[in-house]
Design a protein. Structure first.
Length: 188
């Protein structure tokens, strides 16, 4: 998902803009690799399909992601201090992501780019609130207490329209079930 941020970073004037995300270096390298792969595939006259995906969450998740840390804070009774949470985000279960990749391998069209996601991106705050509903805490959620000075992606970045049209893909796992799976891994 960081690649979507990188395109936005590349549009910034770093003499004027202060936004920075630690993933930008990784993302720019991904974009360079993507372009190199497309050129190589073209020169070898072989099929080339590029796939990106939303934040993958599931049972053996050990990425120490924002949502994983939030779940740990809820369960442990830690303070719940966040940015405004107004930035769009998308979460997909491990199973649904794997199914998306499988369908792309089976039915994807060479030269196309696909995004594997839930098909229902939301503001990050909504994901936190839904998680809080599953695992309530005695602590109050404090949105807007942390500053957020980074790129905000629009909802369209997470579109799975091409994937659905070409493969019939439909995510099956709910966010709530995915969070419960993560909980089982972390606390059982």
């Amino acid at each position: 998902m960081e690649e979507a941020f990188a395109y936005k970073y590349l549009e910034l004037d770093h003499n004027k803009n202060t936004q920075y995300n630690r993933h930008v270096i990784y993302s720019v390298a991904k974009i360079a690799a993507k372009n190199a792969l497309a050129l190589k595939a073209s020169s070898l006259d072989i099929d080339y399909i590029y796939v990106l995906h939303s934040h993958v969450m599931g049972g053996d998740d050990d990425k120490d992601s924002f949502l994983q840390v939030t779940l740990q804070k809820l369960v442990n009774g830690d303070d719940l201090i966040f940015s405004s949470g107004e930035q769009f985000f998308d979460v997909i279960s491990l199973e649904d992501c794997a199914q998306g990749y499988y369908l792309i391998c089976e039915k994807g069209i060479s030269g196309d780019e696909y995004w594997v996601g839930s098909g229902d991106p939301r503001k990050l705050r909504e994901y936190v609130e839904r998680m809080y509903h599953l695992f309530p805490s005695e602590k109050e959620m404090q949105f807007g207490k942390l500053p957020y000075d980074d790129i905000v992606l629009n909802k369209g970045v997470f579109s799975i329209e091409n994937l659905v049209r070409h493969t019939g893909y439909k995510p099956l796992r709910s966010y709530e079930d995915t969070v419960k799976d993560l909980y089982q891994t972390l606390f059982s």
